[in-house]
Design a protein around this ligand. Sequence first.
Ligand code: TEU
Ligand code: CA
Length: 541
Amino acid sequence: MRSIHNSVVYQIYPVSFKDSNHDGIGDLQGIISKLDYLETLGVDMIWLTPIFPSPLYDNGYDVADYCKISERFGTMDDFKELVHKAKEKHIGIMLDMVFNHTSTDHTWFQKALNKEKKYMDYYIFTKEKVNWESKFGGNAFEYVDDLGMYYLHLFDKHQADLNWDNPEVRQELYKIVRFWLDIGVDGFRFDVVNLISKPKTFEDDFEGDGRRFYTDGPNIHSYLQELNQESFGQNPNLMTVGEMSSTSIENCINYSHKSGKELSMVFNFHHLKVDYPNNQKWALGKLDFFALKKLFNDWQTQMQEGGGWQALFWCNHDQPRIVSRFGNEHQYHKESAKMLATVIHLQRGTPYIYQGEEIGMTNAHFDTMDKYRDIESLNHYQILKDRGLSHNEVMQIIMERSRDNSRTPVQWDDQDFAGFSDVQPWIDVIDNYKTINVQQSMEDPNSIFAYYQKLIMLRKKHEVIQTGWYSPLLQEHPRVYAFLRELENKAIYVYANFFEEEISIEIDATLHVLLSNYSTSSLTPSYTLRPYEVLVLSKNL
Ligand code: TEU
Ligand code: CA
């Protein structure tokens, strides 16, 4: 029976997954055509990023109608067919609920602009603005002449924040969740859901960009408990995950507590900011390895002590590809991709695989702005230029940080457009598709794909991976991240070399080699980890 303990979730960015009708845009029939592939990989749930009608300022995270399928992706019948055919393969469908804001094209906002009081109260209109910043750059308040008022938009100005303090708004959103439950979906991802509870009064933030006033806000837990009770909470088998931006362990223990009052699990992003100099995304920085280890150990140990549950991931549609970021896509492509996968999949939590990660897809390395599509990247090109950086300096940063790095078409084979489509896709395919593609991976028993299959099977087979107690190892080691998982007399030890230099460690050579990204003949007490080597040892399994 599928549970948060034994499941692995596969994230699909539909517009870049598989095109089935020759328009260069991925769609639902494209996903249906690849269900066999996902079954072979062994995943249990598919998370679809938004597939609803949208003017696409933020690629669908600006939803204009929450209960329809965007024609871009197909019809409601296509969606019902996907749910049905996936269920036949014991794969659930998880939808993305964007409830912090709606598109300004949504009828609610259009009625608000039409001065209908009821709908103005659905949003956050203010007489004055304060200096909070939008996450996509610029001030977070947009002025509406007709109304003589501003409205809050924490993201793009075409994404107006909803007023969750208004019970009518909350009931509207619970109805939407119930709508999709009736259609048979098995899970929900809630977009930036820890930003929905704003303070009663707004004040300028002279220390930051305003996020301290609305992140993990005053009523956040009561709103999530009500969302649970009024919609998905009736079905204990349903899987829910909250995307928690700039959050805390304490809040995340409550958000994902095993009592089941709120959500099943949470995404936090702190481990994906360890290469941000002074916490600045739009600047180049090296991996702070100690910071990464400390974050992993703190979250793993404190979440387990508090009864919380984590969603484990390196990649998604907002992050660069991890093998390019913390791995080595040139000399140690396979080794580093497998090492990075192992440390996530053997931690305590539910692992997520982002489309293409299972074949080691890399960053796009697009070196001209005409190839970029993402609003956040296009905005920051100008913001960085206005700060006086040269074009080349800005391009170096965009190439590293852009969300488009993970939004290029999935590389299915070495044919035109990598088998994603038979026409020019909405965004370019990465040059290396002839060497990095699904077809080549499935023919190679030593491929990154084959290795992900093993990781998924090990989680299903071994309870110690599912629920074993986590303990940090070698915490002071400058190059190796290591941890222990224990359940009764069973144990696994994970040792991961995050660098290309060989490094010797002390191990218990009497243990059994459960998994490694190198062929390991014999163990010796003093063991040399090769470049990006991961060694998984087991006891009594
Ligand atoms: O992302 C929220 C979020 O935190 C990201 O915007 C993040 O700050 C940024 O990408 C890092 O640079 C969610 C969705 O995943 C994202 O695609 C949407 O753009 C955003 O919410 C607004 O809905
Ligand atoms: Ca299409």
